[in-house]
Write a protein that binds this ligand. Structure first.
Ligand code: CAA
Length: 259
């Protein structure tokens, strides 16, 4: 599939999306979101894609939503843009398979917020992440005020959102905004290694774990534990549960089929 602003390829179970609008530091305009939506739908449907990786270029993962596309907009335009970005982001967040964001260079505003919709964020040591929207007289509109406090707590979220000052990779790792920091050269191989590991797991158990976590985080502990119990018990109806446990008892590696 060919797109104007992204490159999408599927290689041995890995769906790889590269944001490719380098002259504008991969700023996310409606066309980019629309192309991403198309890819996410394909990735969701294609059983050959086991893990999705989203990456940018060396200088920028994405420097945010496209300011040109909204600067002179009114309330109606702001609704239209956020209707679209929220729809695309939620599609990514709900992806029934693991997702990884490979962050190099700037991941700002809507760019970082896109990465927050992934299960894993691996950053290179040149990464600079933040939500500078306050400096534009707005607030993060791509989930930042909701996802950041859930990820790192209200205090640090306030620091990022109120001050709008980006932070470097090592601090982002300390704060739990990214899972790991590696050198720029290692970024893609590291993400591919992680994807390979994930591909050895049961796809149905991975999906169940993701659903349970995502549903439960917005519930009381008691309600969440009920969701977990039901999901756990459901997995006993799968071949992968039998295979996983038999393989353990037979002292061999399991071979999961995703059913
Ligand atoms: N929107 C539109 N264009 C952007 C952009 C953005 N978010 N970020 C960068 N660009 C463009 C620049 O305008 C410039 O284009 P021209 O060459 O045509 O002038 C080009 O990309 C290169 O950028 P710079 O010359 O600015 O590069 P730099 O190295 O000097 O600075 C930067 C890099 C610090 C990331 C700077 O570009 C910057 O501050 N960008 C904006 C970051 C930002 O505010 N992001 C939040 C956007 S709002 C948002 O995301 C809302 C939301 O929550 C959904």
């Amino acid at each position: 599939m060919t797109y104007q602003y992204i490159i999408y390829e599927k290689i041995q179970g890995l769906g790889k999306v590269k944001l490719n609008r380098p002259k504008k530091l991969n700023a996310l305009n409606p066309e980019v979101y629309s192309e991403l939506e198309d890819v996410f739908i394909d990735c969701e449907k294609d059983p050959k894609v086991k893990v999705l990786l989203i990456m940018g270029g060396e200088k920028a993962f994405a420097a945010g939503a496209d300011i040109d596309a909204m600067a002179e907009g009114d309330v109606v335009l702001a609704y239209q843009l956020t209707d679209q970005s929220q729809r695309v982001q939620e599609r990514l967040a709900d992806m029934p398979k693991p997702t990884i964001a490979a962050i190099s260079g700037y991941a700002l505003g809507g760019g970082l917020e896109l990465a927050f919709c992934c299960d894993f964020r691996i950053a290179s040591d040149n990464a600079v992440v933040g939500v500078p929207e306050i400096n534009l007289g707005i607030i993060p509109g791509g989930g930042g005020t909701q996802r950041i406090p859930r990820l790192i707590g209200l205090g640090r979220a306030a620091e990022l959102i109120f001050l709008g000052e980006p932070i470097k990779a090592d601090q982002a790792e300390k704060w739990g905004l990214v899972n790991k920091v590696v050198s720029l050269n290692e970024l893609e191989p590291e993400c591919e290694k992680l994807a390979q590991k994930l591909m050895t797991k049961s796809p149905v158990a991975l999906r169940a774990a993701k659903d349970s976590m995502r549903t439960g985080i917005n519930m009381s502990l008691k309600e969440g534990l009920k969701v977990e119990q039901q999901t756990f018990c459901m997995l006993f109806g799968t071949s992968d549960q039998k295979e996983g446990m038999r393989a353990f008892l037979e002292k061999r590696r399991p071979s999961f089929i995703g059913k």
